[in-house]
Design a protein around this ligand. Structure first.
Ligand SMILES: [Ca+2]
Ligand SMILES: [Ca+2]
Length: 360
């Protein structure tokens, strides 16, 4: 009884609170399914969208939506020969005041990713099913901006052992906005302790929210630069394997050397999942030599090493080899060939004898 009375008081208080808020804040809409439902506030909805009924204090079921402007949509239609029957739009699904979800009811555009460009919520969009964007839609300015896609090959690399930095320069010829794809030589899944900073030649740092690293690539969205410097802060540089990764080995007991650029200690060493830690030798803790104690057999084998530096950083490196040992002659007598030759000789002899008899 007491509990019901308390609930009743709570309901009256809630009703008064809701009514007072509707009166004092007309631009805010509430969801409330009678008095048992929750209350949620959403901005950017005009009071005209309040749908009141006898059972509901106030109802919203629409999320804030931004529709593309006709002008911005026309740029894309004309440039890419597309025909939109309805405008594409964006919604704010979590009510934080920033649109976060892109919808194209025409199913002509593919969302590549959301990006915040100088505080403007924008969507990188592809005009096909691929994930290479052709333009971005800035929902704040409600304009579409065309992008140039460039795939850059890295050519020059410097290593600064003092700063433990790898510097790579990427030259890009462009004007206007560009979406650049560069192969990531030190992807985060393989080198989780390396950090990457991208700067331009005038020391402008590319904001980390304009850089994406996935599937072994680095993607950068940027406007006015022509040269980018990729700086990786490393912990342990990857070693050099000799013979290199992917080599086909034709000898049963090959010697494989692994050279690091700094002193390290081996913590794990396996070859085709067998522990070979005590089969590796080193004179300087930089170059390690592995010669198998027993003959290798024909198969694809991976050499896997984990090392640790003096600061406790670790690095795991692998190199895979195809073992293909040449077959020795077996020494067996080729009876089939001998039999065939004997039969041919016999036929020849018979033919010669028959011919002589005919002549006589
Ligand atoms: Ca949002
Ligand atoms: Ca595309």
């Amino acid at each position: 009884m007491e509990k019901n009375a308390t609930n009743g008081k709570k309901n009256i208080l809630a009703l008064l609170l809701v009514l007072s808020m509707i009166i004092t804040m007309p631009t805010i809409v509430f969801i409330s399914s009678a008095l048992g439902g929750g209350i949620a506030a959403c901005s950017d909805i005009s009071p005209t969208s309040i749908n009141a009924s006898s059972n509901y204090v106030g109802v919203i079921n629409a999320l804030p939506v931004i529709y593309v402007s006709t002008e911005a949509m026309n740029v894309i239609q004309i440039t890419f020969g597309l025909q939109f029957t309805q405008p594409f739009y964006a919604t704010d699904t979590n009510g934080d005041g920033i649109v976060d979800t892109f919808i194209d009811p025409n199913h002509l555009l593919t969302l590549v990713r959301f990006v915040n460009i100088s505080g403007n919520a924008s969507f990188l969009l592809s005009t096909g099913n691929d994930m290479v964007p052709e333009f971005f839609w800035d929902t704040n300015a409600n304009k579409t901006v065309l992008l140039t896609f460039i795939s850059v090959l890295l050519t020059e690399t410097w290593i600064d052992p003092e700063a433990q930095e790898i510097l790579i320069v990427a030259d890009v010829e462009k004007s206007g906005w560009v979406y650049i794809k560069i192969i990531d030589p030190y992807p985060p899944d393989k080198y989780p302790k390396y950090t990457l900073t991208i700067t331009t030649t005038n020391d402008r740092i590319i904001s980390s929210n304009m850089i994406w690293r996935e599937n072994g690539n680095i993607c950068i969205l940027d406007d006015p630069s022509v040269q980018y410097i990729l700086t990786y802060k490393y912990t342990i540089l990857p070693p050099v394997f000799n013979p290199p990764d992917g080599t086909i080995i034709h000898i049963a007991k090959p010697t494989i050397t692994i050279t690091f650029f700094e002193e390290t200690s081996l913590t794990i060493a396996t070859f085709e999942n067998n522990n070979i830690l005590d089969q590796l030798t080193t004179m300087d803790q930089k170059t390690f030599i592995f010669t198998p104690t027993s003959d290798l057999v024909d198969e694809t084998s991976t050499l896997n090493l984990t090392v640790q530096d003096t600061k406790g950083n670790t690095l795991t490196s692998t190199s895979t080899y195809t073992i293909s040992i040449a077959k020795k002659p077996t020494g067996e007598i080729p009876w089939l060939i001998i039999t065939l030759i004997a039969i041919i000789l016999l036929i020849v002899i018979i033919l010669v004898i028959l011919r002589r008899r005919l002549i006589i």
